[in-house]
Design a protein around this ligand. Structure first.
Ligand code: ST9
Ligand code: ZN
Ligand code: ZN
Length: 338
């Protein structure tokens, strides 16, 4: 195994067009052993209690949504759900974890704000865990190792202490590009107040101030928005690591999952993503229908705030599918859907 894996950058050259990768080199995943005995979990009761509260509150919010919430409050919750999710997909994931495109400062500011709204930890922490997830995928060192089952990959990993391998192997992953970025350092340092203000204070106060919503409706609908955002993200770790075809690499568990892709704004095409992690689209096909994050980045590329978008050429995809795919890829009959 090649131990110098970097999941953020392709080893390939960018073509003169600036976008297409014309060569393919497999992304090595370091094989750390999985425990043979079932692992003994150390529960983190604070998190367990908070997540139970969040999920029960979200059920109550569903009742409020159909009984007393104002339409604008519901619209806001839906809108903020998408904004937060885009902050994760286009910011924490495609920009900062994988460096699959570059962003100018105004776009970075917008994305940090959106990522904070999603409350899924600071960009530095999110991207560190995600790089570790790619490099040590489905081993003890993977923070949400899907070999431990659906529940662990979905949320259990946030309810228990990490496997020692996550910490020791995680230290070998370079995140200096993130820790050297002043904007990300600022967000990380002041994460708690920034997150409380952005993810809880603003979404609760805006409906009360601007359209006279009650505190109760405002608070609980925002919790529902947060809970949905988390569960949609977690589905990429759980469902998209278990269910779906493997047209690009049949030797890995991440799979092509349309339902997750639609919910998670394009992040369910997980077999493609683990095969070609440097592609800014995180998928081969789809844009507006099942990959809204790509449409978002393309929009900012048009106005010049996003640039150096990396993508994999069709030839490379075709060759790779023929070599390692499960045979479900339509290698001869390509056409873009959008
Ligand atoms: C949340 C995150 O929900 C969701 C992320 C999902 C990721 C998805 C990725 C796949 C999808 C990709 C596509 C995107 C899809 C998006 C779709 C959206 C539509 N490397 O953590 P500690 C070290 S967050 C290196 O305390 P414990 C490090 O030194 C929700 N080192 O470990 C660290 O120190 P420091 C809200 C590492 O005690 C030290 O260990 N947030 C690594 O075992 C201690 O770390 C929460 O719920 C590493 N990977 O506790 C918070 N990891 O802190 C939940 C650790 O200085 N977290 N180290 O860095 C916690 O409470 C705790 O982390 C814990 C573990 C209890 C889970
Ligand atoms: Zn994954
Ligand atoms: Zn990724």
């Amino acid at each position: 195994q090649n131990n110098t894996c970097d999941t953020t950058m392709s080893p390939n050259q960018i073509t003169p067009t600036g976008v297409l990768m014309e060569t393919d080199e497999e992304v090595p995943v370091e094989q750390i052993k999985n425990d043979e005995e079932p692992r003994k979990y150390i529960y983190v009761w604070r998190n367990i209690i908070l997540y139970i509260y969040l999920h029960i509150s979200s059920l109550y919010a569903l009742y409020l949504l159909f009984s007393s919430a104002k339409l604008l409050t519901v619209v806001q919750a839906f809108f903020l759900l998408q904004i937060g999710n885009l902050g994760i997909t286009c910011g924490a994931h495609r920009l900062w974890s994988h460096k699959s495109y570059k962003a100018k400062t105004p776009l970075k500011i917008i994305l940090v704000f959106m990522e904070t709204l999603a409350f899924q930890n600071s960009v530095i922490e999110w991207a560190r865990d995600h790089r570790v997830h790619h490099k040590f995928s489905e081993t003890n060192a993977d923070p949400h190792n899907a070999k431990r089952g659906f529940f662990f990959a979905h949320v259990g990993w946030l309810l228990t202490r990490r496997h020692p391998d996550v910490k020791s192997k995680g230290k070998t992953v370079d995140i200096s590009d993130l820790t050297n970025d002043p904007m990300l350092r600022f967000q990380h340092k002041h994460y708690l107040p920034l997150m409380i203000f952005t993810a809880f204070f603003l979404p609760t106060v805006i409906p009360m101030y601007f359209w006279g919503e009650t505190f109760r409706n405002s608070w609980f609908l925002n919790l529902l928005r947060y809970c949905l955002g988390l569960n949609i993200t977690w589905l990429v770790n759980s469902a998209a690591h278990m269910f779906g075809g493997k047209p690009y690499d049949r030797f890995i568990n991440p799979a092509e999952n349309l339902s997750v892709a639609a919910l998670a704004l394009g992040e369910g095409w997980h077999n493609y993503h683990h095969t070609f992690p440097w592609d800014y689209k995180t998928s081969e096909l789809g844009k507006y229908s099942s990959n809204f994050s790509t449409a978002f980045i393309d929009f900012f590329a048009r106005i010049g705030w996003a640039y150096d978008l990396k993508a994999v050429s069709k030839e490379v995809i075709k060759k790779r599918s023929l070599r390692t795919g499960d045979g479900t890829h339509n290698v001869w009959g390509w056409k873009d859907k959008d």
